[in-house]
Ligand binder design. Structure first.
Ligand code: PLP
Length: 394
């Protein structure tokens, strides 16, 4: 191309496998219509809670005077205060408006943090299986991605983590409930990680930070809870959004919250300056006012629970090895021995079922299915998944 840069062309070639599968699905649907079952994209199609729509109506009826103006880059104080109060309950650590900065989704929060925290050559540890986009978010700032591999229970392997920490380790991205696995790291794992990092921090000039990427924090299934590392490790920063718990992915509203132990006006000014310099300037104003009023509400978890129960049953009935999803809206199963994840995805595709290979999440040998789909699609998946698993084992 004579127009876009060589770097951008390279990025295009390596760009998200999930999107590619999603687009292939559109093509497949042109031929096979509704026979195609698409489990590729984690797109919450559920309506936001009524508190959110009521908040929008209230704002439209009585607009705040500064609704459409530029604002301090970190966002409206009233919004940050409401979210800080909610986070204080959820994490068990006292947070205030000063420690928050509103962002353009969790993605915008992560990019802003990498810009604020990292020097070129700094290493960022991601815990596999992990969200594929981290690599591109950190690449803008010359960060080097290091991967910590999981145990059989899909928790980070502490031995591996210890081995890959170096003098250049700047941060670890912790994502629980996890995309792509739906797994929540138990408190023992968080404690072990906090202990390891506390030990490693001794004598270091710059502590190793934990970035909690947690847009799924409140998507937790019956019988499970989602522990926080914030009370266990003071060098923690949250990057999150309302894309999933209020079902607002298209509205691009999220936040950064800095642990009180490492908070300072300079840290927050650094974050706000990065936000501006990246061209985000500030998070959308209308959305800030709306989530301020709706932050304590949440989407109807029974909608996801029903889907999770059904798809997990289908995976188990197909004889596939899978850690039960405890949160988020994904199942992540092991492909049968002798078959690769790409082959399993192809076998499923021949049955008009679209899924994503684990390789894109640094977890070859697994397949991810996102279940934000109509219940009937999951019912229709069950026999096809069983046939596909039998073929893969043959
Ligand atoms: N982090 C993880 C693990 C995700 O799964 C996603 C979106 O799917 C994001 C971050 C980005 O979230 P947002 O849409 O709020 O930017």
């Amino acid at each position: 191309s004579k127009i876009i840069s060589g770097t951008c062309l390279k990025n295009l070639a390596g760009s998200s496998m999930i999107r590619k599968m999603f687009e292939e699905g559109i093509e497949l649907r042109k031929v096979h219509g509704n026979e195609v079952l698409d489990f590729t994209l984690g797109n919450p199609t559920l309506e936001p809670p009524h508190q959110f729509t009521e908040a929008l109506a209230e704002i439209a009826a009585h607009p705040p005077a500064n609704l459409h103006y530029y604002m301090p880059n970190s966002g409206h104080v009233s919004c940050r205060a409401a979210i800080a109060a909610a986070l204080t309950q959820w994490h068990g650590v006292n947070l205030t408006a000063d420690q928050l900065c509103m962002t353009v989704g969790a993605a915008g929060a992560l990019v802003t943090l990498f810009k604020t925290l990292c020097e070129p050559g700094d290493e960022v540890i991601t815990l596999a299986p992990c969200f594929a986009e981290y690599a591109s978010y950190m690449s803008h700032f010359g960060c080097v991605q290091k991967v910590c591999y999981p145990t059989a229970t899909l928790d980070p392997d502490m031995g591996c983590l210890e081995r890959i920490i170096t003098d250049r380790t700047r941060c670890i991205v912790l994502n629980s409930p996890n995309n792509p696995t739906g797994h929540i790291y138990p408190v023992e794992v968080l404690k072990a990680m906090a202990d390891l990092l506390t030990k490693k921090n001794q004598g270091r000039e710059r502590p190793i930070l934990i970035l909690c990427d947690e847009p799924y924090r409140r998507l937790v299934y019956q019988g499970f809870t989602c522990p926080s590392i914030m009370p266990l490790y003071p060098y923690t920063i949250i990057a999150s959004s309302f894309s999933k718990d209020l079902s607002l992915p298209g509205e691009r509203i999220g936040f950064i919250a800095v642990h009180p132990h490492i908070y300072s006006p300079t840290v927050m000014a650094g974050i706000a300056t990065s936000l501006r310099q990246l061209g985000y300037v500030n998070a959308p104003s209308l959305m800030q006012f709306a989530v301020e009023r709706a932050v304590q509400s949440s989407i109807d978890m029974s909608w996801y629970q029903e889907r999770r129960d059904l798809i997990y049953q289908a995976v188990v009935a197909a004889g596939l090895d899978c850690v039960e999803p405890s949160g988020a809206f994904y199942v992540f199963f092991k492909v049968p021995k002798g078959c690769t994840d790409a082959e399993m995805v192809a076998i499923l595709k021949r049955r008009l079922v679209l899924s994503v290979p684990g390789t894109g999440f640094k977890a070859p040998g697994f397949v991810r299915m996102a279940f934000c789909v109509p219940l009937d699609d999951i019912r229709r998946l069950a026999p096809r998944l069983k046939e596909a698993a039998d073929e893969a084992r043959a």
